[in-house]
Write a new protein. Structure first.
Length: 144
């Protein structure tokens, strides 16, 4: 990441738009830098590509600082390998039956092929063990 853990990302910046993020599937974790009110903040997150797009996954999303910051200001920077990419994180909210991104997540992180995936009908309550997972699609933004 950067010089200080959790601080700004350091590295060479990509200058061309990314049209196919499938190369990111070689990395189990990538770094994402968000814009806090006063400072930039970086963490490592799960990622996957589907149909050329890049998706970030956030477990216990409403409690995560980086998620709150990205919801307030969607401009982000990603470090994949040695390169930094600028973009915007857009929350995926449409409940699609058999969501292909969920299937891609199961394939990459659980080594499970699933024909059918469905979202739970309601979000977990505060006393429940299961996590609320939010998905974000990254769009190219050469200026984040």
């Amino acid at each position: 990441m950067g010089v200080v853990p959790g601080g700004p990302l350091l590295g060479s910046e990509a200058t061309e738009p990314v049209r196919d993020w499938s190369f990111s599937d070689a990395y189990p974790l990538i770094a994402v830098e968000t814009r806090g009110r006063f400072f930039r903040h970086s963490v490592t997150v799960l990622c996957l590509s589907y149909d050329g797009d890049l998706y970030l996954m956030a477990r216990h999303a409403p409690r995560k600082r980086w998620v709150q910051e990205m919801m307030r200001d969607p401009r982000i920077r990603l470090k994949i390998g040695d390169t930094i990419y600028s973009g915007r994180g857009v929350r995926v909210t449409e409940p699609l039956p058999d969501h292909p991104v969920a299937r891609a997540f199961l394939r990459k992180y659980v080594a499970l092929e699933a024909e059918h995936v469905r979202a739970l009908p309601e979000t977990p309550g505060p006393e429940e063990e299961r996590a609320e997972v939010w998905t974000f699609r990254v769009t190219w933004d050469g200026e984040a």
